[in-house]
Design a protein around this ligand. Structure first.
Ligand code: HEC
Ligand code: HEC
Length: 290
């Protein structure tokens, strides 16, 4: 009898343990989509393996090649603990203590809760390990000096993230803020930067005129002439879901990746929260189109 009861209890605890794990992986997959990990960590080209790295990220400082973040022991992050991932994503620090370049938007992910990073970790560790050695970054000195990133952090890294956290009481806007800033790091592209690559915090989400590395980045503030003040919340939701603009133009450039690998996978409720947050921003007049 005692043996039978022990067996039954062991079975129950083993199955509920793996149920919990499956649930964590599913939640982590959703968070990784909201955070756009796949679009940066998958190489360009249709035969590229998701998350195996090698995506060429062109910036005014040179080209970065994103690392392999599948759980391969030698070329990926197979030996990492969840705390290693928390330190990388929220402080920009590598397990050996070196500093990451802000091309990895830890500057936004700093606002993620540790629980959410642990769920993303559970998801990444559930992927098939893929061996893929990624090329070195092609950046010229002094920008390529990793130790200088320590100084960059002192100048530009803010523990509150890349945009000031919403301090009002509207729970939907609060969720939208978390999705747009902590996860979606939307402001990392949609905000002008100074010569050292720091965000211009007086012009958050105000966009940038055409530039040869990024194209034209539209103004996301609700300014009527130069921003998206004339888009309704449901216009924003359908754009983030399908890439279709209110004037029936299709999305172009890097925003297409953000939508395909990211926002198109989110629930309508979350997309509505993001739209409501964007609508709550102060309008900034900044013309980006030629
Ligand atoms: C905008 C592009 C971009 C996005 C989005 C992005 N990363 Fe990265 N990531 C990078 C770059 C570039 C590096 C390399 C930085 C360096 O060499 O200093 C990097 C580095 C990393 C590393 C360090 C790997 C190592 O071997 O040291 C991890 C882990 C990582 N990213 C995980 C993630 C996760 C998880 C997400 C989604 C939540 C994510 N990244 C989203 C660009 C990105
Ligand atoms: C990797 C850089 C990048 C990131 C990250 C990014 N965007 Fe974009 N976004 C762009 C570019 C480039 C365009 C212009 C695309 C076009 O003209 O079709 C754009 C266009 C848009 C537009 C259309 C505006 C207009 O006037 O046509 C909206 C809305 C938008 N983005 C919202 C977001 C949101 C919300 C996020 C965060 C989830 C985000 N973007 C993250 C680069 C980015």
């Amino acid at each position: 009898m005692k043996i039978l009861v022990t067996v039954i209890f062991t079975c129950i605890s083993v199955t509920s343990f793996s149920f919990a794990q499956v649930e964590d992986v599913r939640k982590g997959e959703y968070l990784a989509a909201a955070a756009g990990c796949m679009s940066c960590h998958t190489a360009q080209g249709s035969d590229a393996v998701p998350y195996a790295g090698g995506h060429a990220l062109k910036t005014p400082f040179g080209t970065f090649f994103t690392p392999n973040i599948t759980p391969d022991m030698e070329t990926g992050i197979g030996s990492w603990t969840s705390n290693d991932l928390i330190k990388a994503m929220k402080q920009g620090i590598r397990p050996d203590g070196a500093h990451y370049f802000p091309a990895f938007p830890y500057t936004s992910y700093v606002r993620l809760t540790d629980e959410d990073v642990k769920l993303i970790y559970a998801y990444l560790m559930s992927l098939k390990p893929v061996r893929n050695e990624v090329s070195e970054h092609m950046i010229s000195p002094p920008f390529s000096w990793r130790w200088l990133q320590f100084g960059w952090k002192i100048l530009f890294f803010d523990e509150n993230g890349s945009a000031p956290p919403y301090s009002g009481n509207d729970e939907v806007v609060k969720r939208g803020d978390y999705l747009v800033n902590a996860l979606g790091h939307c402001g990392e592209c949609h905000t002008p930067r100074n010569m050292l690559g720091g965000l211009d915090r007086d012009a958050l989400f105000a966009g940038m005129p055409y530039d040869s590395t990024a194209g034209e980045i539209p103004n996301l503030t609700p300014d009527m002439q130069t921003g998206i003040g004339d888009w309704s919340e449901s216009d924003i939701v359908s754009f983030l879901k399908s890439g279709m603009k209110p004037n029936f133009d299709d999305v172009q450039g890097t925003m297409a990746d953000v939508i395909n690998h990211g926002t198109s996978k989110l629930t309508d409720e979350d997309l509505k929260a993001m739209a409501k947050y964007l609508k709550s921003l102060n309008p900034i007049h900044n013309k980006t189109s030629r």
